[in-house]
Unconditional design. Structure first.
Length: 94
């Protein structure tokens, strides 16, 4: 469907927004966890294939280059209880 980003593109866009926030708040020495392995792999790779995703990944890499001690890590979805709990909150409190 046009206008709806692929899941990897949406995850990369969310990561970019988090990195912008980290930069604005001048946060250092932080680990950002995601359960989307494709995005983490692309961040550590020089190989780019998907135009939209790669553009966002390049913007993430640029933002990371200006941050001190910020690490992006992959975490298995089953272990990502915090993110899933936060994602459910809007449904619990409309």
């Amino acid at each position: 469907m046009q206008g709806i980003p692929a899941p990897a593109e949406a995850e990369a866009a969310a990561l970019l927004e988090a990195l912008k926030w980290i930069h604005q708040m001048n946060i250092q020495n932080i680990i950002v966890e995601t359960d989307f392995k494709e995005v983490v792999d692309k961040l550590s790779s020089d190989s780019l294939h998907s135009l939209e995703l790669d553009h966002t990944v390049l913007m993430c890499k640029e933002k990371l280059s200006h941050l001190q001690n910020v690490e992006i890590r992959y975490i298995m979805r089953q272990m990502n209880h915090v993110a899933h709990g936060l994602a459910k909150m809007p449904r619990l409190y409309p």
